[in-house]
Design a protein around this ligand. Structure first.
Ligand SMILES: C[S@@+](CC[C@H](N)C(=O)[O-])C[C@H]1O[C@@H](n2cnc3c(N)ncnc32)[C@H](O)[C@@H]1O
Length: 555
């Protein structure tokens, strides 16, 4: 579960919840003896019937009301759990026995993990763009850009835009619903206005009738898009075409003059009714689990992988106008298919995460055409199985351990390490670096402590390897030993790399705050093109080698 998920450490107390949301009272089951379900709440003998869809619906409403101040209505024939093992929430094994059919709770908590991951991506990208460029040093912060996000297939609940707006009061959301599900659209609209969020959430009907200028707008495309699809097809010719011919990323095409920070999506999962039945067989939730979703919500031709792959193809037309495209995925096989397509499309800047609750696993994928790189803590799964391992993006984070544990004062040791690092950085020809003092740079930092230090380093080319040094010496000899101009910058106002190069952050700290711990030096690639990955890797190896060498020679 995401570290910021409020349900990570504390399961809801249903009695308390019912006090705040009285409608829940009639769904409570109070047992005098401690039952199998007793682990479900902090009041051991109070629970609800998780096989009863109305009870689950009410629980979802209660949690959203109490913990997020949201009023939500979900029609009884639209998605709310229990859908076997997929669109459901289960808390960790700590609260729920992993094999329990009660290990499902509520629609929105698994969604919360996804929104929190998006928050991580947005925050990281903002910090890299705003604060890690040389021009931001000593200057006023750049204009704060409005964060706009799109939820593709918002459903009857409009759960993602609602949660996103509550969690991030400055965000604006575009919630897309498809014409094929008018019931959901009407309900989503009501949920948005009931929460008085109509000024911040724009509901977009991805239907023909609602937007007669569709064809023209699509044919024109976006001026901002730097990646252009090679085919010139107009994805939507007339208003009689089936709604599945409408681009999935329709809201992004509709607002072609707007920049978006992210697109998110919980795609229809299944490819057919048979697929649903097949998937339900053998699921731990058992045959009693009632599926309340309408077909239109859950079925799409080719299933979720096809849906997300279409998003991927379409995203090339949007390009950098949307910084991050993301989607949830419910099947491991979908990850493989989706990553295979990313590779074919040469989209190397991507991230994969996993949401684990009990025995239920879901994944999310994010991809981008911008040059901002995410740390491995966001872009990679820590303990992947073999299949996932193959799908993960290349590492953007490297750590070097420095054996300081023998030192009597580890504080002094990390300070010495900081000085060594500065000396080494100064010696990197043509490199720009500066120390980050205020810790506001999003460089993962629990708290301000003198045991840690942070640097930002920017390089344009390899000047450290033996061959690069030889080449430079040769050039200098030829130019009469004239110093090459180091002042020219190849980055734009936002530090975006225009030519080549890499921006990275370096974090020095103790592996463990306790005494006797070794220190680490962590390198994070924050900005650069894929072609410059080897530059970053070579830089990390060079700096690591030098640090260890200095440490051994001096201590
Ligand atoms: C699995 S549901 C997710 C609903 C909601 N986001 C949630 O997580 O509870 C998928 C949604 O996508 C919608 N949908 C299907 N095809 C679509 C399309 N081409 N464009 C927009 N929405 C679509 C369905 O109507 C459905 O509401």
């Amino acid at each position: 579960m995401h570290p910021r998920n409020i349900y990570r450490h504390k399961a809801p107390d249903f009695l308390e919840l019912a006090e705040v949301y009285p409608k829940l009272k009639k769904h409570l089951i109070i047992s005098s003896t401690k039952s199998a379900t007793s682990t479900l709440s902090l009041s051991p003998a109070v629970t609800i019937d998780f096989q009863n869809e109305e009870s689950q619906r009410c629980l979802t409403e209660a949690l959203l009301y109490r913990d997020f101040g949201l009023k939500l209505q979900i029609p009884s024939d639209r998605l709310c759990p229990p859908v076997p093992n997929r669109l459901v929430f289960s808390l960790t094994n700590h609260f729920f026995p992993a094999d329990s059919k009660f290990a499902q709770l509520s629609l929105f908590v698994s969604r919360l993990n996804y929104v929190l991951w998006i928050q991580d991506i947005v925050r990281n990208t903002q910090i890299t763009e705003r604060e890690l460029s040389p021009t931001s040093q000593g200057m006023e912060r750049h204009e704060i850009e409005m964060i706009r996000g799109v939820d593709i297939g918002t459903g009857s609940s409009a759960i993602y835009p609602l949660l996103a707006c509550v969690l991030e009061p400055s965000w604006r959301m575009y919630a897309s619903g498809s014409e094929i599900d008018r019931v959901s659209l009407v309900c989503a609209e009501k949920n948005i206005s009931d929460n008085n969020l109509q000024d911040r959430i724009e509901l977009i009907d991805s239907s023909c009738s609602s937007s007669s200028f569709v064809s023209q707008s699509l044919a024109t495309g976006s001026d901002d898009a730097t990646m252009v699809m090679d085919d010139e097809e107009n994805p939507r010719e007339d208003c009689n075409s089936e709604s599945r011919d409408i681009p999935i990323l329709w809201p992004l095409f509709l607002h072609s003059d707007v920049s978006f920070y992210f697109a998110m999506c919980n795609p229809p999962f299944y490819s057919s009714i048979e697929d649903i039945e097949q998937s339900a067989k053998g699921k731990m939730t058992g045959p009693n689990a009632v599926c309340t979703g309408a077909e239109v919500e859950m079925i799409t031709p080719g299933g979720e992988s096809e849906f997300v792959m279409r998003m991927m193809e379409e995203s090339r037309r949007v390009g950098t106008r949307c910084r991050w495209f993301t989607s949830m995925l419910g099947k491991l096989s979908s990850i493989e298919q989706v990553v295979d397509l990313l590779k074919v499309l040469k989209i190397h800047n991507y991230a994969i995460t996993e949401f684990v609750q009990g025995q239920t696993r879901r994944w999310a994928v994010a991809w981008s055409f911008i040059d901002v790189r995410l740390p491995d803590s966001i872009a990679r799964i820590s303990y992947p199985n073999q299949i996932i391992q193959r799908c993960l993006p290349a590492r953007n984070t490297f750590q070097q351990t420095v054996p300081v544990s023998g030192c009597t004062d580890t504080n002094l040791a990390t300070e010495a390490l900081r000085k060594i690092l500065m000396e080494i950085l100064r010696a990197v020809y043509k490199a720009e670096f500066w120390e980050v003092k205020d810790g506001a740079h999003g460089i993962q930092k629990a708290e301000e402590t003198h045991k840690e230090s942070y640097f930002v380093l920017r390089v344009e080319e390899d000047t450290w390897s033996r061959s690069a040094r030889r080449k430079l010496q040769q050039q200098q000899l030829e130019k009469g030993a004239q110093e090459t101009d180091t002042s020219a910058s190849n980055s734009d106002r936002n530090g975006r790399m225009e030519k080549s190069g890499a921006v990275c952050t370096i974090h020095v700290g103790l592996c463990d705050e306790n005494n006797g711990s070794d220190a680490f030096v962590e390198f994070n690639w924050r900005r650069g093109r894929e072609e410059d990955r080897t530059l970053f890797q070579s830089l990390c190896s060079h700096l690591s080698r030098k640090i260890l060498q200095h440490w051994r020679d001096n201590f």
